[in-house]
Design a protein. Sequence first.
Length: 383
Amino acid sequence: MSLRNYLDKIRPNFEEGGKLHAFKSVYDGFETFLYVPNETSKGGVSIHDAIDSKRIMSLVVLSLVPAMLFGMYNIGYQNAVAAGKLADATCMGMFLYGLLALLPNILVSYIVGLGIEFAWAQWKGEEIQEGFLVSGILIPLIIPVTTPLWTLVLAVAFAVIFTKEIFGGTGMNIFNVALAARAFLFFSYPSKMTGDSIWVAKDSIFGFGYTLPDGFTMATPLGEIAQGTAVQASFNDMIVGLIPGSVGETSVIAIAIGAVILLWTNIASWKTMLSVFLGGTLMGLLFQSTGATPIHWYEHLVLGGFCFGAVFMATDPVTSARTETGKWVYGFFIGAMAVIIRVLNPGYPEGMMLAILFGNMFAPLIDYCVVQSNISKRAKRAK
């Protein structure tokens, strides 16, 4: 209660006429993040749910924690494997190394993104929106740990300004903000996002980890497939996540824990999630039967960002389809498109990023067609 009392005590400074009135949006942002607003609407509203958007964002961040923690461990694990020191490395040492390697990316993502949102809210005289709470942690998890911080600053700024704020802020964006940041990096600085030299952290940090040669390379399984070489990782490693890749995308188990949290709390749509896997399965089976892909259909579902995208990206309630039938079509489209891109275009061995961005683009059209179909059916019944 001492924190609540302190906030109430300083509130007059931020009200109209207070000496800090110019920063009222900042105060409101912190207060509503810490406490549920003790205010009720006077009229003209409909209550849809007992949970507000900040609590939804908090639950999504909680669901991302398993993937983030495993990603930290995997950073240290891949560094130790590359150095040939796995037998000498400890689990805690590898985790701490990964923590130290990933922490700057997380800090830069939040400082830049929230800084722009705070400044935008002050400039517009509006409340601070909470959407970047999730995007801020998603961005470091879907890029290589070796991504230069200066490019991350540019990507976050681009995503927040041009993908979110100019469309009206949280809830108004057409494309997923985190994926927009990744797309910016992918197309603007391809050498920092693709290739075999970016997936393993190469420098020791405060005595943790090992320093690798500058020319050291290690390919991801999808990168090996694109190069026409055999995949070195076992299926067990693919499930557990002990393979090179973007920080939060490698462990199917950690992602599955997050999926359970999202589904149990009704934050994410099981229809969208399931249909992504159905679409990927169908296209994987089709390409496997024709010999167009050298791996089994189920390996497409556990490699790269497929699972992570299906659970955390495709289910974004703002940029995905909202009609119940549309969710099936939207998810199936993304899953199928991801495998199609992987198999038919070696230049984009991942596929999931472009598939979801295409899905975001077509989501309004999918919903429109579903609604119009329902209208037509009801009109026929009325006759």
